[in-house]
Design a protein around this ligand. Structure first.
Ligand SMILES: Nc1ncnc2c1ncn2[C@@H]1O[C@H](COP(=O)(O)OP(=O)(O)OP(=O)(O)O)[C@@H](O)[C@H]1O
Ligand SMILES: [Mg+2]
Length: 473
């Protein structure tokens, strides 16, 4: 045998190495290809399964389904738990594909008013009748407000829609709780069901032998301001804050009610009706015919309520719009370019004659509230600022020094309880009501100028407020 190596043998070590490397690379490539094919097959199978399920859901089969599909909103104990939102993009070991499920609000019909047994009528206001009732199944006592729809010919009125919408949007511990809306047999029988609250502040103030203590006034004001601040933060104006719309339970809690005039606002404000807020609680800019206004109108009403809680009677009890303005200017001073820039541009300011009296703002307020501290008077003055731009906001008022000084706000649990009149018969109001819906259109005429239509219509005569008068010319 020849010792000569084959020429192939010479480079055998290198070749073997190279061959092994190629083989390994080839094997890796094959494995990768197989893995990819496997993945593609799994994805195709999942897509096909999904499509099948989708088709099955849409198909109207002649044959009965082998298993009834669950349509109730009740959770199914045996159903596989869907993944959480955070897990939705994670690869699953079992190859199962889940879709994220979001709970869809179930549409249900309104309950019937027949679920409630009427007990007694609480009050008939301008927009509805309020009654006390008992829920037949739970025994809970509620207040039912029947919306006045009898005269409606153009469908469900926007004001009623707003009342429901804003009441739902303004949920707060110091806003009356809306439980549900129920209907009667007739189309015009629609009721708002609320928690029943024993008192309204107006009736309570009338019945109380003594006014609230300062510590109690502070608690009530903080409750009112916090609910209003939340409403305003949610772009809702109440537009009818007054003591008869503030309810009070026997646990020291006040609740804002009656969203009959409430609406949402914006920045800039949409066109708004000027005839809002019950006269005694109406701000000077509204009385002067401002076409644009904002949440500051509620703050003015809160200033009037603050004074009423202390005095035990409404602060400005005007007999007409002009008399109301006279009473306001008498206590808070007449508007000037310094204290209210731009007031002269308000439509009704041109039709007024101001008496040339000396400006006597501060000390009048001080002497009308002799028991109120300097901080208390300062808060009242900033709630009742003539210029809405300078008026304090509900949010800022919450942190006013008045609430931090002694006597401190009283704990709710320490409030006295009062016998409830709302469980008795219907009462009659002696104070004015909120502006009625039908009155609004007259505002679109000439307001308070030569024609004397609109706000100052019929005010030919001089109207006299106590010791101060305004003349319309
Ligand atoms: N949830 C309630 N619980 C107890 N009493 C209530 C409740 N809601 C309203 N009332 C009583 O009914 C009265 C009238 O209710 P509300 O103010 O909502 O109706 P309205 O027709 O808009 O009244 P108005 O035009 O007089 O302001 C209230 O002043 C209060 O005394
Ligand atoms: Mg009311």
């Amino acid at each position: 045998m020849s010792s000569k190596k084959s020429r192939w043998e010479n480079d055998s070590a290198e070749d073997a190495e190279e061959a092994a490397r190629r083989k390994a690379a080839k094997e890796a490539k094959r494995l990768k290809k197989a893995q990819k094919a496997e993945e593609e097959a799994a994805a195709a199978a999942a897509a096909a399964r999904q499509e099948q399920e989708h088709d099955a859901a849409l198909a109207v089969s002649d044959e009965p389904p082998s298993k009834r599909r669950k349509v109730s909103t009740e959770p199914d104990e045996h159903a596989p738990t869907p993944p959480t939102a955070s897990a939705r993009y994670l690869d699953r070991d079992d190859g199962e594909a889940y879709l994220l499920r979001f709970p869809a609000a179930a549409i249900q019909p309104c309950n019937s008013v027949d679920d409630y047994e009427p007990l007694n009528r609480i009050e008939e206001g301008s927009y509805g009748v309020v009654s006390r009732a008992r829920h037949l199944f739970t025994g809970e006592i509620v207040a039912l407000k029947k919306l006045k729809l009898e005269k409606e010919t153009d469908g469900f009125p926007i004001t009623s829609l707003r009342e429901i919408q804003t009441l739902m949007a303004a949920r707060h511990p110091h806003v009356v709780n809306l439980r549900e809306v129920v209907v009667g047999d007739q189309l015009n029988q629609v009721y708002i069901v609320m928690d029943f609250i024993e008192h309204d502040l107006k009736t309570l103030l009338d019945d109380m032998p003594e006014p609230f203590l300062q510590s109690e006034v502070k608690t009530l004001m903080l409750q009112l301001l916090s609910a209003t601040a939340t409403m305003h933060a949610n772009w809702i104006m109440h537009r009818d804050l007054k003591t008869s719309n503030l309810l009070m339970n026997n646990r020291g809690q006040m609740k804002i009610a009656d969203f009959g005039l409430a609406r949402t606002f914006g920045d800039p404000c949409p066109p708004l009706t000027q005839l809002v807020v019950t006269l005694w609680y109406r701000s000077p800019e509204l009385l002067l015919g401002a076409e644009e206004y904002g949440p500051a109108i509620d703050v003015w009403s809160i200033g009037c309520i603050f004074a009423e809680l202390i005095l035990k009677e409404p602060l400005f009890q005007g007999k007409s719009e002009i008399d109301q303005l006279s009473k306001i200017f008498e206590l808070m001073g007449v508007p000037t370019d310094a204290n209210w820039p731009g007031w002269r541009r308000l439509p009704n300011s041109k039709s007024l004659n101001f008496p040339r009296t000396k400006q006597t703002t501060g000390h009048l307020l001080r002497s009308k509230f002799p028991l109120l501290t300097a901080n208390g008077v300062a808060l009242l003055a900033s709630l009742l600022s003539l210029d809405p731009e300078q008026r304090i906001t509900a949010e800022d008022a919450l942190s006013h020094a008045y609430f931090r000084e002694d006597p401190k706000p009283k704990a709710e649990a320490m409030f006295p309880t009062f016998p409830s009149r709302a469980g008795q018969e219907k009462r009659r109001r002696l104070s004015p009501s909120a502006p009625a819906r039908g009155e609004a259109p007259q505002l679109f005429g000439d307001v308070g100028l030569e024609g004397r239509s609109g706000l100052f219509a019929g005010m030919e005569e001089e109207e006299v407020g106590g010791g101060f008068s305004l003349r319309v010319h």
